[in-house]
Design a protein around this ligand. Sequence first.
Ligand SMILES: [Zn+2]
Length: 465
Amino acid sequence: MAEFDLVVRSSDIVTPSGRFDGQIAISGERIAAIASADTALDARDTIDAGDKPVIPGLIDTHCHFRDPGYTHKEDYYHGTVAAAAGGVTTVFDMPNVDPPTTTADRLKAHLENAQSKAVVDFGHNASGVVPENIADLAEAGATAFKVWMMQDIGRDYPHPPGTSVTNHAVLYRVFEAVAETGLPLYIHPHDQELYDLFVGRSREQWGTDFRSYARALRGGDGVVLNAAIATILEFQRSVGTRLHVLHLSTRAGIDMVRQAKQQGRTVTAEANPFAMFVTNDWANIERRGPYSLGFWVPENDNPSMWQAIVDGTIDVVGSDHGPHTKEEKEVGWTDMYTAPGGSPFIEQYLRLLLTEVNKGRLTLERVVEMCSANPARLTGYDGQKGAVKVGNDADLVILDMDHEEVLQADHSHYRCGWMPSEDFPSKGRPVTTILRGKVIMQNGDVTAEAGSGRLLTPATRRSAV
Ligand SMILES: [Zn+2]
């Protein structure tokens, strides 16, 4: 019998201690050894990647699979197939499903449903809106808690009841209850009353189309977001909760987060591909209308956001994969206030990041930090995932850095049939995805079966090797 099940050879293996010409030897599901290129290894199978880089599988801490409740938009199977095709081997999905995961029983049912469909490893960010339920949710397997500070305006989606908190006293109690669990708290910052003010002004000035909607959230030079970021950073200082600030894209917000981090506080932050690649250019908003929306990042915030991505102020890139149907989106050409935001991205964000690596804007090491290593730390899985090192799960992605393509929804695995990065030129893509020692994607074909993903909860974490 061979000593190892699989050996992956590459002249460019990206490890925590640097890039390395060598071989990754896998036994069962884990990395058993990392050896030099000339070591003779006895393996059942060998993949020779040549000079193609090998990186750890991506960990997406922010995706919306719409399942259960909204499976006409997306479901856990198609969402995780798209993940595997995009080089993502672990996902943590968000709680704005129906019913939202506000109780332990709902969370258990959610995880069971996800287990029957997932093709990559998965966990769940539970809805933390009821302080009294937070301890039970942690016990039942939540990896983190998510709270929107946004309440919706005439829509029941994507922010349905059971997902948001606008009352500061309740939110403060959420901070206290989550701090007790030791888990991170993910917050979508948003000052609802200020937002209502700017929505009113925006509608008056520009009507109800997608342009008006994009401008409303950025009214007052980002004050709707910044006032909320100031509030949650102050709650974090007061309580000590592990705070993860979502959707960071305003320069004042970035300055506040940077300062909190310099003070050594438990604060991390996220950027999203729609903000980095699509809605940071008004021409895209004009051209794609409701299909571009996430939210607008104006020109005077864009350089700060990219600087924070490069310098490490922003820790994590979360895909914020959030599909809706074309029919739901079409309404937004004339009335974006009744059309849903959100857009699919989980299959393309690595491609777009690799394109930036090819342009010299980001290093491949920085991409690995933001998409694998830091998400592993955030979720407490850094002893198991997010790095090519001995003892970790053999979650690997082989990259073709020279592959050029124009991105097309037709080639994606989404149910919704469109994407905001349609027609974007890209250079660099994942060609092989390996999950726990098994090839699950090759050249875009995902071969993993529904249910083969493994549930990750704090109780199933392995301690660091
Ligand atoms: Zn989201």
